[in-house]
Design a protein around this ligand. Structure first.
Ligand SMILES: NC(=O)c1ccc[n+]([C@@H]2O[C@H](COP(=O)([O-])OP(=O)(O)OC[C@H]3O[C@@H](n4cnc5c(N)ncnc54)[C@H](OP(=O)(O)O)[C@@H]3O)[C@@H](O)[C@H]2O)c1
Length: 323
């Protein structure tokens, strides 16, 4: 019988969606003895998952509950198959992205400060903020207190599972969408990443939603910030190392761009790090993929892969085939 190890802290009720004919082995966080399993569903938190790796024996298939699996090949080696839970984060991460874009364009961080101060008239700080960040020097009356998303150009860097969901959610806002991925395609038009630098200057909102790999490391660096329009909103819903943090801090401190980050480099962002104090920045601590619906969705994806594995069918979300 196939032995499937899963994190002991998963709600046991959820496991009822697993296929029959397997033996489920609960793996506690502090596992202190060797365990023989065929399939491993790691804890979603890599540091917890990695703690028990030295005690796992016989693993042939890893079914991650997350989209990002960058730590697993290094920890487990090349001789096993690794699948991710592509799709499980689509809704929560796309909703986070939309919320972050709207919060920044509606100046919610600034208005939260006004609310905390209890001084209604401080709302006029929003009009100077608009002028400073956009560089709009026209005489404006009445004062502009926030911006619209409608009509803006949004550049999606990464057009996979989550990128497509973000596009779907952006539809009611009638934005112009530019898409970038590893490879080019048509219908809809997707530009190859080699054209990224040409496209950066055409967007007012740039969303990063692609994996962190050796190739995407510092994809957004000093040169890319220099190409962006004054006041561009950079939204990183992907992974911190895709952006050079020093260059980001410089671009924010100079007032050239604004940003919303669910992810940072380093992570966790240490107390006193320059990013915490940057202007025109909204940070959430890597929560974009989280929601009460996540565990069910991710386990359903893992259960589907297990069913195919047992039936000898091809798996759908292979990120590393066994060599
Ligand atoms: N903030 C969070 O909590 C959270 C939650 C979930 C996921 N994420 C991050 O979001 C990433 C994307 O997730 P997903 O489910 O949408 O992944 P996906 O379906 O695998 O899509 C990845 C997209 O990135 C593109 N891409 C890959 N390498 C690239 C490169 N070198 N240059 C340009 N584009 C490249 C791919 O291009 P092709 O289409 O041409 O292959 C694809 O369009 C994950 O890897 C993860 O790091 C973050």
């Amino acid at each position: 019988m196939l032995r499937v190890g899963y994190p002991a802290n998963l709600n046991a009720d959820l496991l009822s969606i697993m296929p029959v004919g397997i033996e489920l082995i609960s793996l506690p966080d502090g596992l202190d003895h060797d365990v023989e399993i065929d399939v491993w569903i790691p804890d979603p938190y890599p540091t917890r998952a990695m703690r028990i790796v030295p005690h796992l024996r016989g693993v042939r298939l890893v079914l991650s509950l997350m989209a990002g699996t960058e730590w697993i090949p290094g920890a487990m080696g090349p001789h096993l198959t690794i699948c991710n839970a592509r799709g499980a984060h689509n809704i929560s991460t796309a909703e986070w992205t939309l919320s972050a874009i709207l919060a920044m364009l509606k100046y919610f961080p600034l208005f939260l400060d006004v609310q905390r101060s209890g001084e209604w008239k401080r709302r006029f700080a929003a009009s100077s903020h608009y002028v400073e960040i956009t560089g709009d020097s026209r005489p404006l009356y009445p004062p502009v207190m926030l911006e619209e998303l409608t009509g803006k150009t949004v550049l999606l860097v990464g057009y996979g599972s989550i990128g497509k969901e973000i596009e779907r959610m952006l539809e009611p806002f009638h934005v112009d969408i530019l898409r970038v991925a590893r490879s080019a395609r048509i219908e809809p038009l997707v530009h190859p990443v080699t054209e990224l630098n040409i496209l950066l200057s055409r967007a007012q909102v740039i969303v990063l939603i692609l994996p962190s790999t050796a190739v995407t490391h510092w994809l957004i660096d000093q040169a890319q910030f220099a190409l962006m329009q004054q006041g561009t909103l950079l939204v990183n819903a992907a992974r911190g190392p895709i952006v050079n943090t020093d260059a980001l801090v410089e671009a924010l401190q100079s007032g050239r761009i604004r940003a919303a980050l669910d992810v940072t480099d380093p992570e966790p962002l240490p107390l006193g790090h320059p990013l915490w104090g940057c202007p025109n920045l909204l940070i959430t601590p890597h929560v974009g993929g989280s929601s009460p619906q996540f565990a069910v969705r991710a386990l359903k994806i893992a259960a589907g892969e297990l069913r195919r594995y047992i039936a000898g069918e091809p798996l759908r979300n292979v990120v590393q085939p066994a060599v």
